[in-house]
Design a protein around this ligand. Structure first.
Ligand SMILES: [Zn+2]
Length: 292
């Protein structure tokens, strides 16, 4: 069954995210474990971990995810920045394990124009180092597709597919499938995947299946788009108020529901919200209404 949730604020204390999720009716969630614009690795006290795990169990909200810091860039040409990225993501995987979270969703990063081919090896090696440091068998590292500006990696499914193949077959072995993918609908639309029509949605999922494999699709960032198809701009809009429109999301949900490979994927909202305070109940209710 498809679950619908959202990015939820963890301000104050991470366990409060469950209270906020419950209030707006989110069935699963994504949180930051540290300010996304900084290299911070906050220590989480045993009491907070216990509270977090207890609320997870009591609320039944999940699977839940961490969104990585925006600074992380596995394709950077700076050794120092690469080391910081690997170090933070190792910390995030460890934290996800401690908190019982399903995984850490990250943007792969940007090569700033030098080309994908030249940084594929570095990215794959970095991912291997991150996964190697984790003993968890249930917590994933999840690569998100991007909108496509400034040499960012993963704006088409082929690039993400190449990374998965390189990491699995050459580095950690095909049996290790802890590397997964998150599809952001706004980013996909901005990078040229037409999600407005039924045919476009089917084509998009078909290409995803060919290049990455739909069995690797773990989560969807369900966001409408402020900017045009192929604009390469990362601008999220409330569900139904952007250019993908209600019809696009209805087609997407229908396509997911009828495909056994993805019929239990989770949808997470990262929309501005009607009051501009982030994902809210009206957006969640609207998306949920498309399930029927
Ligand atoms: Zn996203």
């Amino acid at each position: 069954m498809i679950k619908i949730g959202a990015h939820i604020s963890s301000a104050g204390s991470i366990d409060l995210s469950f209270d906020r999720a419950k209030e707006m009716g989110a069935e699963c969630m994504q949180i930051f474990i540290s300010p996304p614009q900084m290299w911070v690795k906050p220590e989480i006290s045993p009491q907070k971990i216990e509270r977090f795990r207890k609320k997870a169990e009591e609320s039944g909200i999940g699977p839940n995810f961490i969104h990585g810091v925006y600074l992380a860039n596995l394709a950077t040409s700076s050794p120092e920045s690469l080391e910081k990225s690997i170090d933070w993501l190792r910390f995030s995987l460890k934290t996800a394990d401690i908190l019982g979270l399903k995984g850490t969703i990250i943007h792969v990063g940007s090569h700033k124009g030098s080309g994908f081919a030249g940084c594929l090896k570095q990215v794959a090696q970095a991912i291997k180092e991150i996964l190697d440091s984790s003993n968890s068998s249930f917590s994933y590292l999840i690569l998100e597709n991007c909108a496509g500006s400034g040499g960012t990696i993963g704006c088409n499914f082929n690039e993400l597919g190449q990374i998965l193949k390189q990491v699995r077959s050459d580095l950690i072995g095909v049996q290790d499938d802890r590397l997964k993918v998150c599809l952001d609908t706004q980013h996909a639309f901005a990078s040229g995947y037409d999600l407005r029509t039924e045919e476009g949605v089917w084509k998009t999922l078909q290409e995803f299946d060919q290049e990455i494999g739909l069995e690797n699709l773990i989560a969807i960032h369900a966001n409408d788009s402020k900017t045009e198809l192929g604009s390469k701009k990362d601008r999220h809009e409330n569900i139904g108020q952007g250019l993908i429109k209600e019809a696009g999301f209805r087609f997407l949900i229908k396509a997911l529901q009828t495909n056994p490979k993805v019929s239990d994927v989770v949808l997470l909202l990262e929309v501005p919200g009607l009051e501009g305070k982030g994902p809210d109940k009206p957006n969640l209710d609207l998306l949920k209404s498309y399930l029927k």
